[in-house]
Design a protein around this ligand. Structure first.
Ligand code: MD3
Ligand code: FE
Length: 217
């Protein structure tokens, strides 16, 4: 028996849900791209393996991360920043695959943001029990560009709040293939991901992968 509403939710169809003035969920938008996304992801993680970063405060992040694109996000005891090379290998981050860029631009346009030109794609890997605490994305140069997020694998409960950490938060379930686009007045909202529940996805196994596309430089 399962009385948890989240567990009983089904992935919705291809419709657009408005979370806020300039924030949209595009249900299933990434599904047609998945056959091309997965081999591209495999190549990225081979060149730049997932790693657990340490925050400036000295805490190891439970979510594992890698990047592709001209710039990649990293963190260590000295702070958060974007770099052109992977600090673990000294090599440039893997190039952004064409299919990643096509998906990000199509989703941004669908949400009303034309000519989105991301130069960074953060790749987050969640396993059951891992979470991402409430934060703002403010390490990018240009807050006018939107952020596009693609969810793959087991579902997550996404949390989004306001412009102060203490503002009340809403929970939005995100399923395999869902895309979130946020920009404009919603670009700097606090957001996070609640601890992932156990699950198995037919294509991705016991994990959730999230791509976030940004204009960082
Ligand atoms: C809506 N990643 O990498 S993306 C991150 O699912 C990050 O891995 C999360 O936050 C993840 O920095 C969430 C979806 C998202 C992010 C921020 C938002 C949606 C948003 C801010 C405002 C509104
Ligand atoms: Fe974020």
């Amino acid at each position: 028996m399962n009385l948890d509403l989240f567990d009983t939710l089904e992935p919705s169809d291809n419709r657009q849900q408005q979370l806020a003035q300039d924030a949209f969920v595009l249900r299933g938008f990434a599904i047609p791209y998945v056959p091309e996304l997965l081999p591209a992801l495999a190549a990225i993680q081979q060149a730049a393996p997932f790693r657990h970063l340490v925050t400036p405060g000295g805490l190891r992040m439970s979510v594992a991360l890698t990047n592709c694109g001209r710039l990649g996000w990293t963190s260590d005891r000295h702070g958060y920043r974007y770099t052109a090379t992977d600090p673990d290998s000294g090599r440039p981050w893997p190039a952004m695959p064409a299919v990643f860029l096509r998906l990000a631009q199509a989703a941004a346009a669908q949400a009303g943001f034309d000519a989105f030109m991301p130069d960074a794609c953060l790749v987050n890997r969640y396993e059951p029990g891992t979470k991402l605490s409430l934060h703002q994305d403010k390490d990018e140069q240009d807050y006018n560009a939107p952020i596009v997020s693609v969810s793959l694998g087991i579902p997550a409960l996404f949390q989004f709040g306001g412009h102060a950490r203490s503002d009340k938060t809403e929970r939005v379930p995100l399923f395999h293939g869902d895309v979130v686009v946020w920009g404009g007045v919603d670009r700097l909202r606090y957001h996070g991901v609640l601890p992932l529940k156990e699950g198995q996805h037919p294509l991705l196994g016991r994990q959730r992968i999230n791509f976030t596309f940004r204009k960082a430089g």
